[in-house]
Ligand binder design. Sequence first.
Ligand code: ATP
Length: 736
Amino acid sequence: MASGQKQQQHLPNVPRWTPSPPRRQARGDAHDEEDAESALGASSSMRSTDEASFPFGSGRARSFPFPLTQPSLEISVVAAANGTAGSGGGGADGPVAREKSLRRADEGVVVSWEDLWVSAAGGNKGGRVPILCGLNGYARPGEVLAIMGPSGCGKSTLLDALAGRLGSNVSQKGDILINGLRQKLAYGTSAYVTQEDVLMTTLTVREAVHYSAQLQLPSAMAAPAKRERAEETLREMGLEAAADTRIGGWMHKGISGGQRRRVSICMEILTRPALLFLDEPTSGLDSAASYHVVSRIARLARREGMTVVAAVHQPSTEVYGLFHGLCLLAYGRTVFFGAAAETNQFFALSGFPCPSLMNPSDHFLRTINKDFDKDIEEGLNGETKMTTAEAIDTLVNSYKASAYMEKVTRQIADTREAGGAVVKKEWQASFLTQSLVLTKRSFVNMYRDLGYYWLRFAIYIMLCLCVGTVFYDVGHSYGSILARGSLLNFVAAFLTFMAIGGFPSFVEDMKIFGRERLNGHYGAAPFTIANTVSAAPYLALISVVPGAIAYYLVGLQSSFGHFAYFALVLFTTMMVVEGLMMIVASAVPDFLMGIITGGGIQGVMMLNGGFFRLPDDLPKPVWRYPMYYIAFHKYANQGLYKNEFLGLTFPSNQAGGSATAATLSGGQILTDFWQVEMGYSKWVDLAILCGMVVLYRMLFLAIVKLTEKVKPMIKGFRFRNTAQSVHVVDRGSGSP
Ligand SMILES: Nc1ncnc2c1ncn2[C@@H]1O[C@H](COP(=O)(O)OP(=O)(O)OP(=O)(O)O)[C@@H](O)[C@H]1O
């Protein structure tokens, strides 16, 4: 008989575990009285073995094997809807907190998932590999649900699925309900702290949090209150000491990894979102910091009626004691879902008691991690000599047959029946505030990031000195016609091409935008406006200073008006290139691929700009129509040519080194030599370039908006189509 079956046989009637004394009682930690109180409640409500003797077996509908171990777990969905959510565990902080809260407690979110399957393309014969296998569960307001399991068991995938952020190569089947309804969470109603900390490295911790507060908190909230909220949250996350340190990145070492983690959390809890997803909130933190961070999140959850779902790796006993619920996964399957404080009992009753003096969460993970099985000579369990795979099967089957599972099913059904409100975001900073704050933040970032503009500024000065000396005092000879044309084309093509240099920094900005946008901090339009406005002064500086060096060294038309036009075209064309790169970044978010793509596009435009091949010589299909008219180089070249050549005269030829009496006017050169369209003035060329600045940014905005709208539609369509084709391959056992 398989050892798993043996376990099944003795499970229902012969529990072999004697409950250990409540962990939190023994802790004697009075640091956070509320937490200690709730954890004590949890522990002390555990019953003796006799009282807990029939947790397994079907046919025990509506019977709970144990009392719910934490007061907050008693909160029903209906209670949540009535505004009592979160008060259970919160004890003393209830009424006070509600007064402070931005949201009403009845806006709490119950998220439940039923028969949730997630699979990725791959496996043999083009099949799909399941990542999550028919999970059920729920998370409720005022509580922290921990998702635990070995690395690669699907914790992040479950969080992604619940947050609606699954990647494009995975499919999902099953129901995810928000307050019992199938609804898409509006931007800003949930926040997700991902594993990767995507932060603006040039800002100090305090600046980052304060900007975030101004961006997210409602306009109705007074500025001092916003500042106080930011400071309070900084304190909550223990960041006061590091508040004035720059976050830092690869160039400039700043705060530590654990502090970065806390900054990320800090920025997402500023608004006390109804639903908070945390992926590894304690990674990089020592045990004391982990405890304080989780305890403060738990306290906030209770106080504000927030629903918190956190994927955690290795919580200490104290941190574990702060979780209300636990979803323990093993290779995509549920090993246990229920009150965190009951897991020990479940393991013991399933034949895997936690050795004394061992951290229970360590024990759970050790029992179900089979990644290193090959290296373990003796079976996991000394008595049973079971392999880990068998242990997982035993636990999964025990759970399926237990009243815990029954309770989850019932709770989900209750949630459906109770229904609930559609979750809406009702308040936000105004469009103007968001645009202003983002502009300021972006301006500061550009100022401090040497790679954004300053490096380019230095290179431009160097390049313009080169241009100025190569074409130094170009004069008015016949040969200077070509020299002028080449120089102006170099300015319109290569100097503007250099605007590509800021792309890596812009990609970083886009990552931050992606994170903040998904969490509903602000919209795409304020981001676009802010990026454009904040970049303008730097591009103006680059156009004027290096531009003047090249312009006056070469000796182009010396009036201020002519130089101003030259600088304006340079400025506008760089703005166009930046807009083009924004579009590229929205489609190709990797900076190396983006630079190659952007460089390629500009190369094609440059080729068709009317210099390397004169307009009349361009092959008509494609290159003349439409590429020549699409290329911004055409308008930059022609504007600069008109600006320079009109008003000048040149000798018609230089045969034998002496000019003949006949001269060529600038107008003739423009029409006959450069084939410039003379039907309109240079200002029209500049206006077209300005139009392109706007158009490219509108296109960027449209792509971002369209992606936001279309992606979920495609996903929904794909999920419907692939749902039926998911192979039911058991990841745990590996058997089909
Ligand atoms: N988009 C995907 N395509 C293919 N496989 C995927 C995809 N996303 C996740 N997986 C696979 O699913 C499994 C679960 O991944 P997930 O990131 O959810 O694990 P995790 O429990 O969060 O791991 P960790 O604790 O190490 O972060 C892994 O084996 C991973 O390789």
